[in-house]
Design a binder for this molecule. Structure first.
Ligand code: SF4
Length: 192
């Protein structure tokens, strides 16, 4: 058997105008966040679960109408800024504020093997991989180590819920590994 170099031909991705067939679900599309990394990490200081946010969250949860209005407001703002799909278990604080649910494969623990040499998504080659974008954003603010944490699988029963309410109520604690000796501490829940 020959031991010479192996040449692998890279297949082109689907055409940019590719669409799912009839009856097939539409795949999520990677979205470039519209909030600069610096601003996102500053905002995080205000939405973390402090006593005020916990109290507000508990009050809102007591009133079904307020809860619905709050969830709609969260959906609207995060859809515009991050392409949020309301998974209810927000990973943004440790992904450089690039939403992993915009990945067509919904990968929560880094990119697949199909990222193009320039960082293009394999499924939508006209868009950049959410994890490449997340790395660049996190690294630009000294948070690159956050991306080494292991995220637990998303619980699909919680789609549509407010992740902020879940966050403040502590239902999002342990969303990713902690106490792992990385340089930067976790930035969520009681661990902050
Ligand atoms: S709540 Fe889920 S879908 Fe929305 S931004 Fe956070 S990780 Fe993405």
């Amino acid at each position: 058997m020959s031991s010479g170099p192996v040449h692998v031909e890279l297949l082109p991705g689907p055409p940019a105008d590719w669409q799912p067939g009839p009856g097939e679900p539409r795949l999520p599309r990677p979205t470039e966040p519209r909030l600069a990394p610096r601003s996102a990490y500053v905002v995080q200081r205000f939405v973390k679960p402090n006593w005020l946010n916990r109290r507000v969250g508990a009050l809102v949860e007591r009133l079904p109408l307020a809860r619905r209005a709050f969830t709609v407001a969260e959906r609207k703002s995060k859809e515009d800024l991050f392409g949020c799909r309301m998974c209810g278990q927000c990973a943004l604080p440790v992904t450089g504020y690039s939403c992993p649910m915009g990945c067509p494969k919904e990968l929560r623990n880094g990119p697949c093997g199909g990222v193009g040499p320039g960082g293009a998504c394999e499924v939508y080659p006209d868009r950049r991989c959410v994890w490449v974008v997340g790395y660049e954003r996190a690294a630009s603010r000294g948070h690159a180590d956050d991306l080494r944490r292991l995220q637990r699988p998303v619980d699909h029963r919680r789609f549509g819920e407010s992740s902020w309410l879940n966050y403040w109520a502590g239902r999002d604690d342990h969303l990713w590994t902690d106490n792992d000796g990385l340089a930067s501490p976790p930035v969520m829940g009681d661990h902050q």
